[in-house]
Design a protein. Structure first.
Ligand SMILES: Cc1ncc(COP(=O)(O)O)c(C=O)c1O
Length: 371
């Protein structure tokens, strides 16, 4: 029986076990404002890693997005621009804030927001833009921030898949008003569940800290709407260890991605992921696209690879604007819809070996060549 190659999986060692055990021995599991000693340490380390002035830890990437919208005073009557080709949490955070999601099409090469389409969708009600760095590749942040500045919009980056990615030599997390990260088990580093918001604005950081614990300006005195979005100390302790390992994880992901590219080059009708100049991919997923005569074969390829214990996955088969909850926010997004029919993602996580990648490439080629 062949081992199942997972699309992504946590990479944990004795160091994480020790860090978690230390927290349990010390007995401080949480803090009433969410700012326990391990959380504070993890926040300092994360801010320093991405090159932001502040980092605020929360208990999921979804919480990070929702808290960022609340901190921007986004609410009923406001519109927020986002891609439909992303995980549903990006849109969900907007609904949770009471605002209206307005879906923007993607660039077919990078799968990130198409800046021209952003401009077309801006109205007098638009308050914020949430670009998503899909699969770990940064969106075109200079152009997006320039449009945002011209139209007085807040920019909240969804970097849930992009820890360690870079744009113009700057790490994602250091560029816009706020950047949200997720530490869910499939991400480039994990705390099981968890999230982080980074910002260079001290006032925004203060607001975010209040929002993560019931909007309290001081204990038991709420001054704005918040939530319980506190990160547990156990998660923060694991996060600090994972962050130290992140550069190594990223190197292995890059090496695996480049190896796959070498193995799959020159196959007709197969488009490989791109890394535009001045953008550094974080390779959370290696996403290929079937074009031309192969375009109709995507689902068959997925099924066959899965039957051979290779867990390829389609991110995202159902764009958000097609989901029952979001159909009422009707949009015409031809590039999104095409990509949803043609893409599939292959694993490049740190535990995948070159031998595994050889197996994936061989199987994939064989299936593509089948009539
Ligand atoms: C693009 C994107 N946004 C938001 C999220 C939500 O993060 P979380 O699962 O930590 O709530 C995820 C991950 O799951 C994601 O991939």
């Amino acid at each position: 029986m062949k081992v199942v190659l997972r699309i992504n999986q946590p990479n944990l060692g004795e160091e994480e076990v020790e860090a978690a055990t230390d927290v349990l021995r010390e007995g401080i599991l949480t803090h009433k404002s969410g700012a326990g000693p391990r959380v504070l340490q993890f926040e300092r380390e994360f801010a320093s890693y991405v090159g932001a002035r502040f980092a605020v830890a929360v208990n999921s990437g979804t919480a990070a997005l929702h808290a960022s919208l609340l901190a921007s005073d986004v609410g009923p009557g406001d519109e927020v621009l986002l891609p439909s080709f992303t995980f549903s949490a990006t849109a969900e955070a907007i609904l949770l804030a009471g605002a209206r999601p307005v879906f923007v099409d993607i660039d077919p090469k990078t799968y990130c927001m198409d800046v021209e389409n952003i401009e077309e969708k801006i109205t007098g009600r638009t308050k914020a833009i949430i670009p998503v760095h899909l699969y770990g590749l940064p969106a075109d942040m200079d152009l997006i921030n320039e449009v945002a500045k011209r139209n007085d919009l807040v920019v909240i980056e969804d970097g849930a898949q992009a820890h360690g990615a870079e744009y113009q030599k700057r790490k994602i997390g250091s560029i816009s008003d706020m950047t949200c990260f997720s530490f869910y088990g499939t991400k480039n580093m994990t705390t099981g569940e968890g999230g982080m918001i980074t910002t260079n604005d001290g006032e925004i950081a203060e607001r975010l800290r209040a929002i993560r614990s019931h909007g309290e300006e001081r204990p038991y005195t709420s001054s704005r709407l918040g939530h319980n979005y506190r990160m547990p100390e156990l998660s923060a302790a694991i996060g600090s260890v994972q962050l130290k390992k992140l550069p190594t994880f990223l190197e292995r992901r890059r090496k695996n991605a480049l190896y796959l590219t070498k193995s799959l080059e020159n196959i007709k009708g197969l488009e490989l992921p791109s890394e535009p100049e001045n953008r550094k991919h974080a390779w959370n997923l290696y996403t290929i696209r079937l074009r031309g005569s192969n375009a109709g074969k995507r689902n068959r390829i997925v099924q066959k690879l899965r039957s051979r214990n290779i867990e390829v996955t389609v991110y995202y088969e159902t764009p958000i604007h097609f989901m029952p909850l979001y159909r009422r926010f009707r949009s015409h997004l031809p590039e999104t819809e095409r990509a949803a029919r043609q893409v599939l993602s292959l694993p490049v996580h740190p535990s995948i070996t070159l031998k595994d990648l050889d197996r994936i490439a061989t199987e994939l080629k064989r299936i593509i060549l089948e009539r």
